[in-house]
Design a protein. Structure first.
Length: 158
């Protein structure tokens, strides 16, 4: 079986607290999201949110966040071969979000329902992973798996 090369992970230049990866990394502006793969930025976009940022994104910055979700959905729609990876990763569990909402006096049910709606209505999964290090590891693993699958399937590169 041929060796699949490691992807070069693209980190958006606007990402303030980038994850540390074991794969090679390049910083450059992405049209949407915080992470992608060199050669597949038209197919791959992962948006990272801390718990506080996620809560703010679905409340006070909702319009901007929905526009970002629409851009992620556009990536999915542009490829009828199913070869896309678009999602939002949250640096915390759903329980962590609930506790943060209670501390901030924010309606947790509204936040929870919005996450479910974004997935059901736009097809964009909101993944509540856990601690930052675990979210980084999961994100890298997804990007590596997508890269391997894309190469095996012969998906178009940019």
């Amino acid at each position: 079986m041929p060796v699949i090369p490691q992807p070069i992970i693209i980190v958006d230049t606007r990402e303030k607290k980038p994850f540390q990866f074991t794969c090679p990394v390049e910083r450059r502006a992405l049209p949407t999201g915080d992470y992608s793969i060199d050669g597949y930025t038209h197919r791959v976009s992962v948006e990272r949110k801390s718990i506080d940022d996620f809560i703010s994104s679905v409340t006070s910055s909702r319009k901007r966040f929905i526009n970002e979700i629409k851009r992620l959905a556009d990536i999915r729609r542009a490829h009828d071969d199913g070869g896309t990876l678009v999602c939002v990763v949250i640096e915390g569990t759903i329980r962590d979000v609930k506790l943060a909402c209670e501390m901030k006096g924010v309606n947790f049910h509204s936040i929870f329902a919005t996450a479910a709606s974004l997935h059901a209505s736009w097809g964009i999964p909101i993944l509540f992973i856990g601690e930052r290090w675990l979210t980084a590891k999961y994100t890298e693993e997804m990007l590596m798996k997508f890269n391997a699958t894309a190469i095996k399937r012969g998906l178009s590169r940019e």
